[in-house]
Every structure is written in structure tokens, then in C-alpha cells.
Write a new protein. Structure first.
Length: 208
């Protein structure tokens, strides 16, 4: 009986020691996990700080490039305007539209939005409204047509005039030139130090 009790006590002690050893290992593992988690959190914070700084630097670079592109586009736009404006009266007269003066940068407000026309050539009755682009795209043509549709409403002093539309450009995207002509717009291409009308000789511009 005593032998059996002694054996049971020995087995219990072994189990208890194993339990304590296992618990100790669990505690050590938990401690290691906590330390690892803390280390990972710290590394994540450092990585996030580095990425935030890099994003700020990249954003600054992108903004600077965007501003430079806008400035370049504006300079080219003014160059094309000056180039076209100098030949506009002559070109239109040769096309059978007898204008005798030009106006630049007509700005108005319409429904709280900015409304701007780059160039206008006019005489007593006929007016040619010109949109200037360095590179002409189909979206540019559509946007200009939208402006022409409300031109007489926005600039009411010309409501009784015959209105023609023209797009001036250095280069054009694929199909933009054909699309603009199909919509009844005059095509004015800046070439070298001059400009010329690109429409066919029998082309009749649309009245707006």
C-alpha cells in the first residue's frame, strides 16, 4: 500500500515538474513574442515615417513638375496666340471672311464659372472666335464647341453677329484635325514663324 502511494506521489511530482517546466517555457515564449511584437511595431513606425517622408518628397517633386509644365504650356500658348494673331486678319480675308481687327483674351463670368476666349477677329457683322492650343485634341474641340454654343449669351454685345469658330495649334492628336473640320471649325496651324488655314479651299465654316 505504501509502495503504491509512494509511486503515485512520484508520478504526481514528475507531472508537476513537467507542468512547471512547460509553464516556464510558455512564459518565455510569451515574453519573446511580446519583445518581437514590440520590435516589429517600432520597425513599422520607423518604416512608416520613412515612407511618409518619401511620399512628401515625391509629392513636392510632382507639384513642381506640374507647375513647370503649366508654365511651359502657358508660354507656348501665348507664343501661338501671338503667332496666329499677327496673321489672323490676313488669313481670314483670304478665306473670304472680311474681318479688320482682332481682340485678345476676352474674359467673363458665366454661372459663377470663368469663361475665356483667346482671340476674336471681327468686322461690323462677322466674328471669328479662336481657341488656341499647343496640341489640339478631340476633347479640346468638344470643349470649344461648348463655349461657342453659349458665346452670344455670355458676350451679349455680339448676339446679333454672325459667329464662326476656329482652332489654332502647333500640332494635333490623331483625328482631332478631321474632327474639328467636320464640326465646322476653321483650322489654323502655326508653322515656323507664321500660320496658315488648313481647311480645304471649298470649306464653309459653320455659323454659330
Amino acid at each position: 500500500m505504501r509502495t503504491t502511494q509512494k509511486s503515485e506521489n512520484t508520478d504526481f511530482n514528475k507531472v508537476w515538474l513537467m507542468f512547471q517546466e512547460t509553464d516556464k517555457r510558455f512564459q518565455e515564449t510569451d515574453k519573446q513574442l511580446k519583445e518581437t511584437r514590440a520590435l516589429l511595431n517600432e520597425q513599422l513606425k520607423e518604416t512608416r515615417a520613412i515612407l511618409d517622408e518619401k511620399f512628401k518628397e515625391t509629392d513636392k517633386i510632382v507639384r513642381n513638375l506640374t507647375n513647370k509644365l503649366k508654365e511651359s504650356e502657358l508660354r507656348w500658348g501665348k507664343f501661338v496666340e501671338a503667332l496666329v494673331e499677327g496673321k489672323l486678319v490676313e488669313m481670314l480675308n483670304e478665306k473670304g471672311i472680311p474681318v479688320n481687327m482682332t481682340l485678345q483674351r476676352i474674359k467673363r463670368k458665366y454661372n459663377d464659372d470663368d469663361y475665356e476666349i483667346d482671340l476674336i477677329a471681327k468686322n461690323g457683322n462677322e466674328i471669328v472666335v479662336v481657341e488656341v492650343k499647343t496640341t489640339l485634341g478631340i476633347d479640346d474641340v468638344n470643349h470649344f464647341i461648348d463655349k461657342l454654343k453659349i458665346f452670344k449669351e455670355v458676350i451679349s454685345e455680339f448676339k446679333d453677329n454672325v459667329i464662326f469658330g476656329a482652332v489654332a495649334y502647333i500640332q494635333q492628336d490623331s483625328e482631332a484635325q478631321k474632327y474639328a473640320a467636320k464640326k465646322g471649325l476653321l483650322l489654323i496651324k502655326a508653322v515656323g514663324e507664321s500660320a496658315k488655314i488648313e481647311n480645304r479651299s471649298n470649306f464653309k465654316p459653320k455659323e454659330w
